[in-house]
Write a protein that binds this ligand. Structure first.
Ligand code: ASP
Length: 455
């Protein structure tokens, strides 16, 4: 983290490893992803008509690949709360004066909100043009409602226990007990406490705040090392996670939901490779190709874990060590981004709301679509960065615009794949925000690195 010279940088170690093994980490992770997908999809398709063979495929998933994937995920999850607290508190306290913190804070929030709103607009444009829900087979609809209705009802209960979206949503951001908030992985509350704690550190005498900052810096360094350890098993774990998902996936469903899935995936691709390329070039003034190459481990981790939170440690490590974002900026922008800036999720929510409305024959006028944009942006802020985190909140949006929330059952069967896909722009959006803020503040951790990247 802040004191990067205290230990040799990890990428130096990685270079040594790379020489020894011949392949860079991100290449090995991509190979793992491809192997997992080939075996998972292959096993799924080849055993489609053979229940005994299917049971063996699922046995491998349950007893071999799930546990390997879970160990990797848990290694990443276990550091999220301490990492968010340490990096955000340190980031805020090192930004110096409150005026600067306020300026960066406002810029960051505006950037998050504008890009998220743009993402939903892209989604709505596509879904209103393609209209995948119009003329959707009533038979398939009934079948899907029956198969996934129970799952949808459970998520509905979760949405209700979230108490909808009201004044309490804001009140609850202030934790009554920060330890309880941390224990419940209530990230908005942890973020609030870290922000206030970081601000308080800037207001007390230096000789008192410095030892605390040094401890937080040490905690952050150690956590980044743990992430380095976890990433060593990433190629195997990613293969295992992808096998587990694709071997179980209902590929047959894709056909009936093809146009809907294509709308979501096309929108996410436009966001990922169109919008972010422009933002990186114009706002962060970097070379987009270099950016995407360096961000590959982050994108692959997001794709295979479907979780912005589980990816956060890798996002911070990559931003600081590969993209040269100063630790105080990475420490401030990225934990906030992993929790509040879900560009891909917002796009998915927009498309899904309108698609389900079309299936149920509910016409959404311009003003209602505007409500979808606003609610999708707000819900994306409240979405937990975990697999399927957006579904309960999406049901609240459906309810608000007069579409039966249980209709979510229609898309639940293919959600896992769309979740993997939307988590990639979620984390890439955080990295673009961090690069933009770093550039706009003119603070660089390593001028040479930045120059190389922009050339
Ligand atoms: N899986 C997404 C994330 O962690 C959240 C969601 O859209 O469900 O970023």
């Amino acid at each position: 983290m802040a004191n990067q010279d205290a230990n040799p940088p990890i990428d130096e170690n990685d270079d040594v490893m790379r020489e020894k093994r011949g392949l860079a980490l991100h290449t090995r992770i991509l190979i793992g992803l491809a192997i997992g997908a080939v075996f998972g999809v292959g096993a799924n398709i080849l055993t489609a008509d053979n229940p005994a063979a299917q049971a063996r495929v699922l046995w491998v998933a349950q007893y071999i690949t799930d546990p390997i994937g879970q160990i990797f995920l848990r290694m990443l999850f276990m550091v999220v709360v301490p990492l968010v607290f340490a990096s955000l508190t340190l980031g805020v306290s090192q930004l110096g004066d409150l005026g600067r913190l306020g300026r960066i804070g406002v810029k960051t929030f505006l950037y998050f909100m504008l890009v998220t709103a743009l993402a939903v607009t892209i989604g709505l444009t596509l879904v209103n043009t393609v209209r995948p829900g119009v003329g959707f087979s009533a038979e398939v609809q009934a079948q899907l409602m029956e198969t996934f209705g129970k799952d949808a009802a459970e998520r509905q209960k979760q949405a209700e226990s979230d108490q909808g979206f009201g004044i309490n949503t804001f009140v609850n951001i202030v934790p009554r007990n920060p330890i309880a908030a941390a224990a419940n992985t209530d990230m908005l509350a942890v973020i609030f406490f870290a922000l206030v704690f970081g601000i308080a550190l800037t207001l007390i005498p230096r000789e008192k705040s410095e030892p605390v900052q040094r401890v937080l810096d040490g905690v952050g360094e150690a956590i980044i090392r743990i992430v380095g350890m976890a990433m060593k098993i990433a190629p195997f774990a990613v293969a295992a996670l992808i096998y587990s998902t694709t071997a179980r996936f209902g590929w047959g469903l894709i056909q009936s939901l093809l146009w809907y899935a294509l709308c979501v995936l096309a929108g996410l691709s436009i966001l990922q490779f169109g919008v972010f390329t422009v933002l990186i070039k114009i706002f962060a003034r970097r070379n987009p190709l270099t950016f995407f190459r360096k961000a590959t481990p982050v994108m692959v981790t997001a794709f295979s874990t479907s979780s912005s939170s589980a990816t956060l440690p890798t996002t911070i490590k990559t931003a600081e060590e590969e993209l040269g974002v100063p630790p105080q900026i990475a420490g401030f922008v990225l934990p906030l981004g992993a929790t509040m800036n879900m560009n891909g999720t917002a796009l998915f929510e927009g498309v899904t709301c309108v698609f389900i409305a079309q299936v149920f024959g509910v016409e959404l006028g311009l003003s209602q679509q505007l409500v979808v944009i606003i609610l999708s942006v707000l819900m994306a802020v409240g979405t937990a960065g975990v697999p399927g985190g957006s579904i309960p909140l999406l049901m609240i949006v459906l309810n608000t615009i007069g579409v039966p929330p249980g209709g979510i059952a229609i898309v639940l069967g293919i959600d896992r794949i769309l979740d993997m896909a939307r988590t990639v722009p979620n984390v890439t959006g955080d990295l673009t925000a961090a690069c933009f803020i770093a550039r706009s503040e003119g603070v660089t951790n390593d001028e040479r690195k930045i120059r190389e990247q922009t050339e």
